[in-house]
Design a binder for this molecule. Structure first.
Ligand code: DC
Length: 234
């Protein structure tokens, strides 16, 4: 494969929350010299705006009405994506629990998803990106050259997420491992059962179930999948 073709690749990383997508996507982007774009952060930013405007997240028309006047930008940095909502840095705020739940609710609306998908295509159109989300390989870039679907048992994903939260020395821990797992299952349920672009692997995705794997092993496996494609082996 020529260097020009290599630099146009789209790598789609999909899967449920806590499956290790962000870690894997960041690793692949660094390793192969691509941009890393976290689409979940875009749903989070829109949901944050809906919260700030006191909108009903379950009303599609209310959330959709925001889209016309909303600008969401992702700036890849060494430590993940900087998220700009109408020019304001909301990178930390979008990770809060209320925004996490709101993003899951806002993202079920088909017309909101259409708007989001158009934004995401525009961001990735030049290629050279690792794009991470729930529907990248099925809806945003169905022609992506490499598709990886990361999965793991909900208990394992919940435990990883809880340890992440508990290791943050800057924030008091207000959740239990059980509550994180329950919240994750509720989010899974919504993400997998929504009408438009439910969370599911694309038929041509390579499925990596990381239930019994360390994150290092998941990163190595994902790197091997991309390298296999570059070497013409898949
Ligand atoms: O990956 P994340 O946890 O930051 O995503 C937040 C929410 O956004 C998640 O509950 C589902 C939704 N989402 C989506 O529907 N499609 C995407 N491509 C990315 C995220």
């Amino acid at each position: 494969m020529s260097e020009t073709a290599r630099l146009k690749l789209v790598i789609a990383i999909d899967g449920p929350a806590g499956a290790g997508k962000s870690t894997v996507a960041a690793h692949l982007a660094r390793h192969f010299g691509f941009l890393n774009l976290e689409t979940g952060a875009m749903y989070r930013a829109l949901a944050l705006k809906a919260i700030d405007h006191d909108l009903d997240l379950d009303e599609e028309s209310e959330v959709l009405a925001l889209c016309d006047t909303t600008n969401i930008a992702l700036e890849p940095t060494r430590d993940g994506n900087r998220v700009l909502l109408d020019g304001i840095d909301v990178s930390r705020r979008v990770r809060d629990g209320d925004v996490t739940a709101a993003a899951s609710r806002a993202s079920v609306h088909p017309r909101v998803r259409e708007w989001m998908v158009a934004q995401q295509r525009a961001l990735g159109v030049g290629g050279g990106v690792v794009m991470e989300g729930r529907d990248i390989g099925t809806a945003v870039f169905p022609d992506a050259e490499v598709k990886i679907f990361l999965d793991a048992a909900p208990e394992v994903r919940g435990n990883r997420r809880y340890r992440q939260v508990a290791s943050n020395v800057h924030e008091p821990v207000t959740v239990t491992e059980t509550s994180v797992i329950e919240e994750m299952k509720a989010r899974d349920e919504r993400d997998r059962n929504r009408v438009q672009s439910p969370l599911k692997p694309a038929p041509d995705a390579v499925i990596v179930d990381s239930t019994g794997m360390s994150l290092d092993e998941v990163m190595a496996r994902s790197e091997a999948i991309v390298q296999g494609y570059l070497d013409g082996k898949i």
